[in-house]
Design a protein around this ligand. Structure first.
Ligand SMILES: C[S@@+](CC[C@H](N)C(=O)[O-])C[C@H]1O[C@@H](n2cnc3c(N)ncnc32)[C@H](O)[C@@H]1O
Length: 197
């Protein structure tokens, strides 16, 4: 995004005013308003959470009775009400860390992962989808029956294959692009409801 466009961006302004670390927080808010992925008391795992906009929003949505854990390769400044783990979701120990924090399966897994973009679209798309498959490996072990999930997808040649793969794991899948997602961005969100396993 060019600097001038960024200054005019209403979600960026709102995030600044309301104390959210990224404008992405409003994508989660909007997705949740449409699909009720999480609510008070939910346990939520946020994969690829830096700088923390989704984690902050999730903390707000689950309230005092809920629990939120965010994981990212990058350092994330502390978020009151959330547990942050600096780590790689491709690391096999992540599942143990998640289960030791929540002490039971979670109600929602939210994935907003992006690789470091190289500028080569096919490579970036393939890597992003591959990160999503890694998320499903964690999800399969930690998501409770009837739980929900979100996957950000860089739309491209492997998107449908990924959709077919996760479709079998949920009662319902919706493909959506929230208003807060920039029109020129190729990202889409798969909202998955009712985990079957
Ligand atoms: C678009 S950002 C997430 C924004 C976040 N949802 C928010 O609201 O602030 C994508 C994140 O995915 C993280 N990421 C990419 N590969 C990862 C990996 N293998 N393990 C953990 N995090 C990863 C990046 O470090 C980056 O912070």
């Amino acid at each position: 995004m060019k600097l001038l466009d960024a200054r005019k961006d209403p979600y960026r302004k709102l995030a600044h005013e309301q104390g959210f670390r990224s404008r992405a927080a409003y994508k989660l808010k909007e997705l949740n308003q449409s699909y009720r992925i999480m609510g008070p008391g939910f346990y939520v795992l946020d994969l690829g959470c830096a700088p923390g906009g989704w984690t902050q929003m999730a903390v707000k949505l689950v309230g005092n009775q809920g629990k939120v854990m965010g994981i990212d390769l990058s350092y994330v400044e502390e978020i009151p009400g959330a547990h942050i783990l600096r780590g790689d979701i491709e690391d096999e120990n992540v599942v143990d860390e998640v289960m030791s924090y929540f002490e039971r399966k979670v109600n929602a897994v939210i994935c907003d992962l992006s690789p470091k973009v190289s500028g080569n679209w096919s490579v970036d798309h393939a890597k992003q989808i591959s990160l999503n498959y890694d998320c499903t490996k964690i999800m399969d072990k930690v998501l409770a029956h009837k739980g929900n999930a979100i996957f950000k997808v860089f739309d491209g040649e492997y998107s449908m294959e990924f959709r077919d793969y996760i479709k079998k794991k949920f009662a319902r899948i919706n493909l959506t692009k929230p208003k807060a997602s920039r029109k020129q961005s190729s990202e889409l969100y798969y909202v998955c409801l009712g985990f079957i396993g």
